[in-house]
Design a protein around this ligand. Sequence first.
Ligand code: 0L1
Ligand code: MG
Length: 262
Amino acid sequence: MKLNQNTIAGLAELLETAELQAHDVVKITDAHPEMDWDDAYAIQAEILRRKLARGNRVVGLKCGLTSRAKMKQMGVDTPCFGFLVDTFTVADGGEVKIKELIHPKVEPEIVFVLKQALRGPGCHVGAVLAATDFVMPGIEVIDSRYRDFKFDLKSVIADNCSSSRYALGGMAVPLAGLDLRTLGVVMEKNGQPVAIGAGAAVLGHPAAAIAMLANHLGARDQEIPAGTMILSGGVTEAVAVAAGDHVSLRIQSLGGVSLKFI
Ligand code: 0L1
Ligand code: MG
């Protein structure tokens, strides 16, 4: 690691305050070009520590930047991993207040819920499928704290991978007979299709994103606990939203989920 604990704590405070007060900041690698990957995840962990100290609860994990479309959109070439807390949760059909956010975008996601823990190294698609209880459709609202949504990978990891809000659909679908690679995904904004894709856009198979997360945590002597809900990453590019927008997602065989922005 290149940053000391004071600097890590200061950067976590900067980023979390930007999240809570809905204002942007410049990407942190501008002032700290020397920071490494461990520093980036340490800043994210410090943001989580601050939230837990305030009484927030972890409700899930997320994989980000797992589709080529997303990597190309953001100019990066590696996925990232973050956490979800209870204050990010919005009910299916619920309202998201734009004034609480900076410049939100929505992403269509295939969401996994595990019945068994997963631990890397060596976790693979087969292990993820064996450990999955069910899958669901999910809309993730991302809201980078960085000015104009411009960042590099270390800055976005520190910023908890732009995590902000999410909603899950109401159907829990077991995997038997389902090929997640070929599930069609259609996201509409105000009744118009704005993002269309299929599950294979996520690393060839959405379960590969979950395996990557297990291997990432395994390298840090951690595991994904049984019962964890995990967003596997946006299937398409993210789509900007504004007050008045209604977003609905349908995923073949998994049902739908929607959000209103007010
Ligand atoms: O969930 C995601 O794929 C987003 C990860 C962070 C990058 C971004 O803000 O687009
Ligand atoms: Mg996402």
